[in-house]
Design a protein around this ligand. Structure first.
Ligand code: BG6
Length: 489
């Protein structure tokens, strides 16, 4: 099918009452309305078990927009937006219910996008229901959310079940990090700047650090999180996706498959972490009580009233190696955790040390050049280079100086879109670049499975860290053993 940007769509949101729909999907759709990105004939069909009519649904949407969009609702755009809203009462357990949806959809004139904001154990039921009502036409699309499985086996199972009813080109697997502006900018940073293009390999780069820090705890999500843990919640998807974009080779063009072909090569080149090396490569942590913004917060265990003995990790630090010609010998230090001091994500590229120090008289160690990509918040780019301190002395006194660029300054008048705005729009225009292909998901699970298995076999202990710190001391030891340090924010 030829992709036309101006087509109208029917967007069906399964789980429209859920957290994701209320917090992210509906506010993003309203913003797209404001940006005039939704065709006037587009319909947004909220699906749920509630016995609601259209007006009750509209009220619910308005209430949540007020809560989550951080601005006044614009009456003109709201009027246009609420004309698009429809509610359809379906219990996905009853296959015949899907016929109600068929009556609403205009499959002749519009592409249908089914957004499954529901747990993965409902995916098969929904796909079956759609197929039974003949709603899985070749033009239809399906958007699915993480977690896509909890191991290679279970992710294959989900992919097979969805794959029975929809072809790969119809399946859009969301990793919302790929919709973030700064992640997308990694492509332009890498492939439109000659300055970096030729420096981007083990010839010039010493090591790379990637940090995704959050200051929130788990609280309301305890049941989900405690079964999942930080490795499966953040590393298998967001961190590995960032790693692939930062290290993939130059694709021949920006088509979805050419980009994803390069990304999957990286995932397949990750050096396995096994029982022999796991102790040196991974540190797991769990937060105890501590201070965030000067307020005392509970330990992970106390956030849940029932179970005080969990060994689930809320922090992970991993040293990763990529076994290919370009990256052999360059370690990647990844860390992510809950209840760290601030919400902050960055990628720091450390260039190699200068081979011979000509400035020994005044400077024992010349700092390595660094490229710091601030992903969120306070988006921007910093470059740290060495500069002579001006003066008449005969010595070259050096100072590390900062060249900095902030989105808030550079792009003052531009609103940075939320990841879901972009991803919803891309699913509508049928662009799969920012969605994860089946082989990517499965390659990442294959690597993660080995880690989980080795951790179990080795019975590796979780280290504790007080909330409001940068994780267990052992995560600092891990990088310091290699003569390096975490970048200080
Ligand atoms: C989700 C994880 O995928 O990403 C959460 O399940 C995490 O645990 C969230 O808090 C972080 O996303 P963001 O966009 O706030 O960095």
């Amino acid at each position: 099918m030829v992709i036309k940007k101006k087509l109208a769509y029917d967007l069906v949101i399964f789980g429209t009452k859920g957290d994701l729909a209320r917090r992210k999907l509906l506010p993003s759709l309203y913003k797209l309305e404001k940006l005039k990105k939704l065709h006037k004939n587009t319909k947004i069909i909220g699906v749920g078990r509630a016995n609601w009519d259209k007006n009750t649904y509209i009220k619910m949407v308005k209430k949540n927009l007020k809560k989550f969009i951080n601005e006044e609702i614009n009456i003109i755009f709201w009027k246009k937006f609420c004309k698009k809203l429809i509610f359809c009462n379906i219990d996905v357990n009853y296959i015949e219910n899907f016929l109600k949806l068929k009556k609403i959809l205009d499959q002749k004139n519009k592409i249908t996008i089914n957004y499954l904001a529901m747990p993965p154990n409902t995916f098969e039921l929904i796909c079956k229901g759609l197929a039974k009502a003949k709603l899985n036409l070749p033009s239809s699309r399906i958007v699915i959310e993480k977690p896509i499985g909890e191991s290679l086996k279970t992710s294959k199972d989900i992919n097979n079940k969805v794959g029975k009813y929809f072809k790969e080109s119809q399946i859009f697997r969301i990793d919302h990090y790929l919709g973030k502006e700064t992640i997308l900018n990694l492509l332009s940073l890498r492939f439109s700047n000659f300055l970096f293009m030729n420096n981007w390999s083990n010839k010039n780069i010493d090591h790379i650090q990637i940090t995704i820090a959050e200051n929130i705890g788990i609280k309301g999500r305890w049941n989900y999180f405690n079964k999942t843990g930080q490795i499966k919640d953040m590393v298998q998807n967001h961190l590995l996706q960032i790693l692939t974009i930062i290290t993939m080779s130059i694709p021949i063009n920006l088509s979805s498959d050419n980009i994803r072909n390069e990304k999957v090569k990286i995932l397949k080149s990750l050096k396995p972490i096994n029982i022999k090396n796991i102790k040196k490569k991974i540190v797991l942590g769990q937060y105890t009580k501590g201070y965030i913004d000067r307020k005392l917060v509970n330990s992970y265990l106390k956030e849940n009233n029932l179970n005080e003995t969990s060994k689930t990790e809320t922090f992970v630090c991993i040293k990763v190696n990529i076994e290919n010609w370009k990256w052999k010998g360059v370690p990647f230090y990844l860390r992510t955790g809950k209840r760290l001091p601030i919400k902050y994500s960055e990628i720091v590229i450390f260039f190699k040390k200068i081979p011979i120090n000509l400035f020994k008289n005044s400077c024992n160690v010349i700092p390595q050049n660094k490229l710091i990509i601030r992903l969120q918040p306070n988006e921007g780019i910093d470059i740290k280079i060495n500069n002579k301190i001006p003066g008449l002395t005969s010595k070259f006194n050096l100072k590390e100086i900062l060249l900095t660029s902030n989105y808030s300054e550079e792009f003052k008048k531009i609103d940075i879109p939320d990841a879901y705005e972009r991803l919803l729009l891309d699913s509508m225009i049928g662009k799969q670049t920012l969605f994860v292909r089946r082989d990517e998901i499965e390659a990442s699970w294959k690597w993660i499975d080995k880690i989980i298995k080795s951790l179990k076999k080795k019975n590796q202990k979780i280290k504790i860290y007080p909330a409001g710190t940068w994780g267990p001391k052992e995560s600092i030891d891990l990088i310091q053993r290699d003569g390096r340090n975490w970048n200080i924010y």
